[in-house]
Unconditional design. Structure first.
Length: 385
């Protein structure tokens, strides 16, 4: 009897232990009708976790979040919406993954080989917008750029001499800038007294008689400034002061507006201009050729003209001669509109309102007027050795 009681007690203890082992998988609730063992998920290594998840999630259009600023105020990297993890196509795995924070691995797809863009064969630019530009715009620009010129109108009439041309009218631009000047007929310039002059402007067509070449050359050599426009290159400048610039034999067939850009920002002649603008050319404007590149400084060029004729596309160039200086421009100093209304400007530059060619010419005039009052040699005199 003692053995039977002992065996019964042993069985009772075993049954109690077994029921306790299953208690964690059972819910003691009358509403539970049946029991299901919780599913166990396989845990893959970090490198396989993302690719295994992608294979079980339906594909959707890819959505990426842009870079954002986190709560700390710094920039956090771009992230991918985890709800759309199946949208991504995994890249090739590296042999050794780079371990990031949080036990997350990263992989990087090889970037595509760079493809060089095709070289442009043509030059494209927006058409210039012809505008009415009142004299106040010119005066505001020059008073801001050269405040020292204000109030010098009377004195400037002896210092700025315009040699009247058939096609250009520098006097109109000078009046717009509020500058004083004296206009001299081309057939009288040889005998004109230049002793008080600081700058001589020879308008296109520049048909200066041969007897005036030497007096003008001496004027420049002794400190005077000389500005020539367009046809004055062929008709006068390359003959009076040879060896620097000449006409390359190429003309612009039609009146048009081309692109222009500043090629030298180190001189005062490009002060308060803009890097890129337009440039009006007249029919048969004469393209210049640089004869002495070591002594000539090009101020403005045109990419369009460079592509068209294979030359330098030079629009404005300057060089020193003796104590003086010369500036030549392809095109004119005047507004140069094809219309009779002379306040119309075919090539206004952005920001400054006037044209780039006019700003360069005005800077050249201002620099001439800033020279010391020591009088250059008068017309017809022999230059100092």
């Amino acid at each position: 009897m003692y053995l039977k009681d002992k065996l019964a007690l042993t069985l009772l203890i075993a049954a109690t232990v077994c029921s306790g082992a299953l208690a964690s998988d059972w819910v003691d609730d009358e509403r539970v009708q049946e029991f299901h063992q919780p599913k166990k998920h396989k845990v893959a290594p970090p490198d396989n976790e993302e690719s295994e998840q992608m294979s079980t999630v339906p594909r959707k259009p890819q959505q990426r979040r842009p870079a954002f600023v986190d709560d700390e105020g710094g920039m956090a990297p771009s992230v991918v919406d985890e709800s759309d993890a199946g949208d991504l196509i995994p890249g090739p795995k590296k042999s050794k993954s780079n371990r990031l924070e949080g036990n997350v691995s990263s992989f990087t797809a090889a970037p595509p080989a760079p493809v060089a863009p095709p070289m442009p064969t043509t030059f494209h630019m927006k058409a210039a917008q012809e505008q009415i530009v009142e004299p106040i715009v010119f005066r505001n620009w020059i008073e801001k750029s050269h405040p020292e010129l204000k109030g010098g109108l009377v004195k400037q009439r002896d210092q700025v001499i315009e040699v009247k041309g058939r096609w250009d009218d520098s006097g109109h631009a000078l009046r717009s800038f509020g500058l004083g000047y004296t206009k001299v007929p081309v057939n009288r310039i040889a005998a004109y007294d230049l002793s008080k002059a600081k700058i001589l402007i020879v308008d296109c067509a520049g048909e200066v008689p041969a007897e005036a070449h030497e007096p003008i050359r001496n004027f420049v050599s002794n400190g005077g400034f000389l500005l020539t426009t367009d046809w004055a290159l062929d008709n006068f400048l390359q003959k009076a002061i040879p060896g620097f610039l000449d006409w390359g034999g190429d003309d612009n067939p039609d009146s048009r507006v081309v692109d222009s850009f500043i090629s030298d920002t180190t001189t005062p002649f490009t002060k308060d201009t803009v890097p890129r603008a337009y440039w009006k050319l007249d029919k048969k404007s004469k393209n210049m050729r640089i004869v002495n590149p070591r002594k000539v400084k090009v101020l403005a060029r045109s990419r369009l003209m460079m592509n068209e004729n294979g030359t330098g596309g030079d629009l404005a160039a300057t060089f020193r001669y003796g104590k003086g200086r010369v500036l030549h421009m392809v095109g004119h100093f005047d507004n140069n509109s094809d219309r009779a209304f002379n306040n119309m400007l075919p090539d206004p530059a952005p920001t400054i309102g006037i044209s780039l060619r006019q700003a360069i010419a005005a800077n050249f005039v201002a620099e001439a007027l800033a020279q010391p009052d020591a009088e250059p040699t008068a017309a017809g005199a022999t230059p100092a050795a």
